[in-house]
Ligand binder design. Structure first.
Ligand code: HEM
Length: 545
């Protein structure tokens, strides 16, 4: 209590100092302006005038610097963050935080078991290493700490405050529109896809994926995922999937995806430059991609108006056929406020396709890497799929594939696709002994949770920990591959079964072998998304028996 009073007093003093600083700056500035105005220009030499201007400019400049420093000092005293390597003294740690993120996330959790503050190239980050604190912030304070930090398309700065932000899964949850979209997407998954069209769409996509003698795993899983997500989001794309414009759309998404995952110094520097200038290399590509999506939306709207002219029966069957993520968004348009326009809808659609496909690609690339690294465990899964006759995808019966399910869970434990979930604060707020500034980033250290002491032999890849009696000792609060609280993944409930089913079908029909040395699980990009490095596998088609 006493300490708090002292701090309050210090804060008041510094506040006062900042105010005085500003006043002094104004008084001195005014005095100089009047001095210059008093000079008799007609009698003075020209150099005098120049000298006065330079002097005046210099003094104004110095005053601005003083005010900035005072403000800086004021903020430093006013806000309080958890301790951690966040000062200039720790600049080396700050730089290496991003480069060697996996090691650093684990080391920071050991050094600061609760939380710590780290400086990163995109600003200050309060890193939460304890599940209790993660829940406090991501669930308990989700009204204030919910702004998604997903600068991958780097153009959020350009959009108007209060509107749906147009790219990345970044819409603000406290924003009415973000809430209704989230709900509409979850309902659509539960009511229109699961147990209905989802099985045949996924199976169709698996069939269309040709696994050759030697295939690039990241590339193959990327195309599988983008096509699947495009069909789920806008069903009419199925007709255009072979066409040239769709090909260009996919290529553009591939370029953006590559830019997102570049994890170099140059990339970090570009991100900082973008924040200053608003210029970005992905912006034009993004513009093209959004234009393409807008043609789908217009097409869908034309279709809906055509339905008005149909008989009731025809209209019902036509609209049931078109149920997809796009229609679920169009259905809530009348509830939106401010009303979502065509650009907003296109951005939501892009969000779903890009995020869904990036995540699916990441998860499938890791799954296949572990299949090649742990052939015996993979064989167990294959035997299970074959003994249960799981030759084609079915979401609900994937539940019965216990061993394959355990394989999926263990891969996402040791190699979570989202290693650190980052949200930022919408307002200043007090939490525990800290006073946190608006726009501070909070990170839930998922990779540390998944390797915490709550797990037995956490560094070991062991699918058995999820099976039989051992399953009861799983620390469920230390496992979260799909996010936390109200902003968690909309597909969360179904993702384990989706991945289990896809893996089981792939293993049922194929044997996977390495074509050279396999990357280590600790390699790969480790930005917002954790992906294995580029690698290839050989697929051998197995007989149907
Ligand atoms: C293995 C696959 C996936 C993983 C690991 C994953 C992971 C996540 C995570 C961690 C979040 C929370 C992000 C944050 O709070 O900043 C999230 C949000 C989201 N996910 Fe996924 N996801 C996956 C697949 C999908 C798929 C297939 C879809 C679409 C069908 C999807 C749609 C969404 C949406 C719309 C959100 C934003 C929810 C909101 O902000 O209200 N995800 N996902």
């Amino acid at each position: 209590m006493a300490a708090e009073n002292i701090t309050e007093k210090i804060v008041e003093k510094v506040e006062l100092a900042a105010e005085v600083g500003t006043k002094v700056a104004n008084i001195v500035g005014n005095a100089f302006e009047s001095t210059i105005a008093d000079v008799d220009h007609s009698s003075g030499a020209e150099e005098d005038t120049w000298l006065s201007y330079i002097l005046s400019f210099g003094i104004h400049f110095a005053m601005i610097i003083i005010v900035i420093l005072l403000k800086w000092q004021y903020d430093r005293n006013r806000y309080r963050y958890p301790k951690g390597p966040r000062d200039w003294r720790n600049i080396k740690d700050a730089i290496s935080f991003h480069r060697k993120k996996r090691d650093n996330l684990l080391a920071l959790a050991t050094d600061y078991p609760d939380s710590c503050t780290v400086m990163t190239h995109v600003g200050r980050l309060v890193l939460l290493n304890d599940p209790r604190l993660i829940n406090e912030i991501f669930i308990g304070r989700a009204d204030l700490v919910s702004n998604k930090v997903d600068g991958y398309l780097e153009n959020q700065l350009r959009y108007k405050e209060g509107k749906h932000i147009r790219t990345g899964i970044v819409f603000r949850h406290q924003d009415h529109n973000a809430r209704i979209i989230h709900k509409a997407l979850v309902n659509h998954m539960d009511n229109d896809l699961v147990g209905k069209r989802l099985d045949s769409i996924v199976q169709d996509q698996i069939k269309q994926t040709h696994l050759t003698e030697k295939f690039d795993v990241r590339r193959t899983t990327f195309y599988f995922s983008v096509r699947l997500l495009a069909r789920l989001t806008c069903s009419s794309t199925a007709a255009s999937i072979e066409d040239k414009t769709f090909e260009l759309f996919e290529q553009n998404l591939y370029k953006i995806s590559k830019a997102i995952h570049a994890d170099t110094f140059a990339k970090s520097a570009k991100v900082m430059l973008t924040q200053l200038t608003g210029l970005s290399e992905t912006l034009d590509i993004n513009e093209n991609v959004l234009d393409y999506i807008k043609t789908w939306i217009r097409f869908r709207r034309d279709e809906s108006s055509a339905i008005v002219g149909l008989s009731e029966e025809q209209a019902i069957s036509s609209s049931a056929k078109n149920r997809d993520f796009l229609s679920s968004i169009l259905d809530v348009l009348d509830e939106s406020s401010p009303r979502l326009d065509e650009d907003d809808i296109a951005a939501c659609v892009l969000d779903i396709i890009m995020h869904g496909s990036e995540m699916l690609k990441g998860a499938l690339s890791w799954l296949l890497l572990y299949v090649a690294k742990y052939p015996e465990a993979a064989d167990q899964c294959r035997r299970e799929a074959r003994s249960k006759g799981y030759s084609s995808f079915n979401l609900s019966s994937a539940e019965s594939l216990a061993v394959t399910g355990a394989f999926v869970k263990e891969v996402l434990r040791v190699s979570p696709v989202v290693p650190i979930v980052i949200h930022s604060t919408l307002e200043d707020f007090k939490w525990r002994n800290f006073h946190i500034q608006k726009r501070t980033q909070f990170g839930a250290n998922v990779v540390a949770l998944h390797h915490s002491i709550a797990w037995i032999d956490a560094m070991n890849f062991d699918i058995n920990r999820w099976l039989g009696d051992k399953a009861s000792s799983i620390p469920t609060d230390a496992y979260s591959p799909f996010g936390f609280g109200p902003r968690a993944c909309i597909a969360e409930k179904h993702l384990f079964n989706l991945l289990t089913g896809i893996l089981a079908v792939l293993l049922y029909h194929n044997d996977f072998d390495k074509t050279g040395p396999l990357p280590e699980a600790t390699e790969g990009t480790f930005g917002l998304v954790n992906l294995p490095p580029k690698y290839a596998l050989k697929a051998t088609h197995l007989s149907g028996k």
